[in-house]
Design a protein around this ligand. Structure first.
Ligand code: 5GP
Length: 232
C-alpha cells in the first residue's frame, strides 16, 4: 500500500455538532475496492496513475509476484518480488486475498493492507486480472466495484503492445493470446469502458469511484444518523 503523507480520512458530519450521533461511534465511511482490469496494453496502468494523483484517499494495492523485475521497477513500490517458495508460503498462511497465475507466473494481493484500508475509510485500487477480480468479489462481498477497460480494436491493442520496448516478440505474441482471454471475461464486471480517449476514460473511472463512495453499505453510520434525524 502506498504511504500518503496527507492520509486523510473521509469524515462524515461531525458528531459534536449533532449530539445524538455520538451513539453511533466513529463516523468514518467504509472504503471501497475499485478493480481496474484489462488486457495488457489497454492502458490501465496509465489510467491508474492518473487516478491516484487526483484522489488522495485512494491507494494502490501492491501485489506480490514471482515474475522477474523489469527495468525501472522497484521492490515494494511496483510489486513485492517473491521467489516461488516465498509466494507459496504466503498462500499457505492465507495472507493473500486472492492469487492467480498469469503467463506462468504467480500474482497475488496481500490481505492485511486492504482490510486495514477498508476499515479506516480509505479506498483501494487494484490493477489485477479477471481471476483475481472474481476471487476478490467472493472474499469481500459488497466491497468491490469492478471496471473492465476494453481496447478500441485488436489492431490498436497490438500496436500498443508493440510500442512497449520492454517485451520481446515472443512475449508480445503470448500477451495477445492472454489479451483475448482477458477481454472474453468482460461480462464479470460492473462497469465496462472502451478506452478510446484517455482523459475521458479517467473521468469515467473517477465517476465510478465517486458514486461507489456514497453507496449505502459504505456508510455504516447511516442508520444511527437517520434515526437521530427522525427523532428531531
Ligand atoms: P504485469 O506482469 O504486466 O505487471 O502484470 C500481468 C497481469 O497480472 C496484469 O493483467 C495485472 O493486472 C495482473 N496482476 C498484477 N497483480 C496481480 C494480483 O495481485 N492478482 C492478480 N490476480 N493479477 C494481478
Amino acid at each position: 500500500m502506498t504511504a500518503r503523507p496527507d492520509d486523510r480520512r473521509a469524515e462524515t458530519p461531525q458528531a459534536a455538532s449533532t449530539g445524538g450521533l455520538n451513539r453511533v461511534g466513529p463516523l468514518t465511511r467504509r472504503g471501497v475496492c475499485v478493480v481496474l482490469a484489462s488486457a495488457p496494453g489497454v492502458g490501465k496502468t496509465s489510467v491508474s496513475r492518473a487516478l491516484l494523483e487526483m484522489e488522495p484517499d485512494l491507494n494502490l494495492s501492491i501485489s506480490a509476484t514471482t515474475r522477474p523485475r523489469r527495468p525501472g521497477e522497484q521492490d515494494g513500490v511496483h510489486y513485492f518480488f517473491k521467489t516461488p517458495e516465498d509466494f507459496e508460503a504466503m498462500v499457505a498462511e492465507d495472507s493473500l486475498l486472492e492469487h492467480a497465475r498469469f503467463l506462468d507466473r504467480a500474482y497475488g494481493t496481500p490481505r492485511a493492507p486492504v482490510v486495514a484500508a477498508l476499515e479506516s475509510g480509505r479506498d483501494v485500487l487494484f490493477d489485477i486480472e479477471w481471476q483475481g477480480h472474481r476471487q476478490l468479489r467472493e472474499k469481500l462481498p459488497g466491497d468491490v466495484v469492478g471496471i473492465c477497460l476494453l481496447p478500441p480494436s485488436m489492431a490498436e491493442l497490438e500496436r500498443r503492445l508493440r510500442g512497449r520496448a520492454q517485451d520481446s516478440e515472443a512475449e508480445i505474441a503470448k500477451r495477445l493470446v492472454v489479451a483475448r482471454d482477458e477481454i472474453s471475461h468482460w461480462a464479470d464486471f460492473d462497469h465496462v469502458i472502451v478506452n478510446r480517449d484517455f482523459d475521458r476514460t479517467v473521468a469515467e473511472v473517477r465517476a465510478v469511484l465517486h458514486a461507489a463512495r456514497t453507496q449505502r453499505a459504505r456508510q455504516p453510520w447511516l442508520p444511527g444518523f437517520v434515526a437521530t434525524l427522525l427523532q428531531d
